[in-house]
Design a protein around this ligand. Sequence first.
Ligand code: NAP
Length: 301
Amino acid sequence: MKVLVTGSNGLLGQKLVQKLKCDLSIFLIATSKGKNRLSNRDGYIYVSVDVTNKEEVDNVIAYHKPNVVINTAAMTNVDLCEDKKNECDLLNVDAVGYLADACERINAHLIHISTDFIFDGEDGPYREEDFPNPLSYYGLSKLKSEQLLQAHSVKWTILRTIVVFGIGENLSKGNIVLWAKEALCKGDALNIVDDQYRAPTLVDDLADICILAIKKKTLGIFNASGKDIMSIYEIVERVAEYYGMSTDNLNKISTATLNQKAVRPPKTGFILDKSINELGYKPHSFEECLAIMDEQIKTMD
Ligand SMILES: NC(=O)c1ccc[n+]([C@@H]2O[C@H](COP(=O)([O-])OP(=O)(O)OC[C@H]3O[C@@H](n4cnc5c(N)ncnc54)[C@H](OP(=O)(O)O)[C@@H]3O)[C@@H](O)[C@H]2O)c1
C-alpha cells in the first residue's frame, strides 16, 4: 500500500511518518512545504509539496499514485486565521479541494483532519452528527473543508480532533503540555483560563486512529480526541501533579481577560463511542498520555 502524508514537518505529520515508516507493508511518501525537517530520513521518501499549489498537488499524486493520502497540512494558528483570512482559506479549504480532485482521479482514499472549533462550545461534548456553529474563522475554514468533502465524490474520512500535544522535532509551534511543563519547571507565575474545556489529544493516539482509518478503509466522520475532558487550567494542574511540581504559582483567569483575536468555544470535548466501536480507537487517559510522552522525552535525552 502507498500512503502519502501532507504537512509531514508538523506535529501529526511527523508522528505519522515515524509510525508508518516502520510498517513494511506501506510505501511512504512524506510531503511538506519546504525542506524535510525530520532528522531520520530512513524508510520513506520525501517530496517538497506546497498543498496550496494545485500543480504540485496534481503532479505528486499522479506520479506516486498513493492508495491513501492523509492531509495534516493546515493553518492551525487560530488568531492568525482571523487576520489572514485569504491565506487561511487557501490552505484550509482550497488545498483540500485540490487534494480531493487529485485523489478522486486515481480512486485514492483521502483522510482529512478537522477540529472541535467547528462547534460553538455551548453544548459539548459533541457527537459526530451534532450541528456545527463555528465562532472563529479557523473553525469556519475547517467546517468549509468538511462540507467540501461531503459534497465531493472522492472516498473521504474526516477525523476531528482537539488540542493536540506531544513530541516532535523542529516544530514551528509549541503545544500546551510541553509549554506547561517548561513553564512549571521555571517556577513562573502562570495565568491560565479555567472557563474553556477541552479533551487534550496525544499526537500518538491521533496518528493511531489515522492508521486505523487507513487499514480499515472506513469512510465518514469520526471524533478523534483524548477521552478526558477538562479545563485548560486543569490540564496545567494535572501536568504539575504528574511531575510532582507545585501548583502554588497557578492562577485561574477568565477567557474575557485575554482579549484574543479569535473567539474560542467554551466547552467542547467529544463523545468517542463511534470511533471506539467502528474503528477500534483506544485513546489513553491524560495521565497515560503524559507517561507515554515522558518515556519519549527520556529516550531523546
Ligand atoms: N494542533 C491542534 O491542537 C489541533 C487541534 C484540532 C485540529 N487540528 C488539526 O490537525 C491537523 C494537524 O495539526 P498539527 O498540530 O499537526 O499542525 P502543525 O503542527 O501546524 O502542522 C501542519 C504542517 O503543515 C505544514 N504546512 C503549512 N503550510 C503548508 C503548505 N502550504 N503545504 C504543505 N504543508 C504546509 C506546516 O509547515 P511548517 O511547519 O513549515 O509551518 C506544518 O508542518 C490540522 O488539520 C489541524 O487543523 C490540530
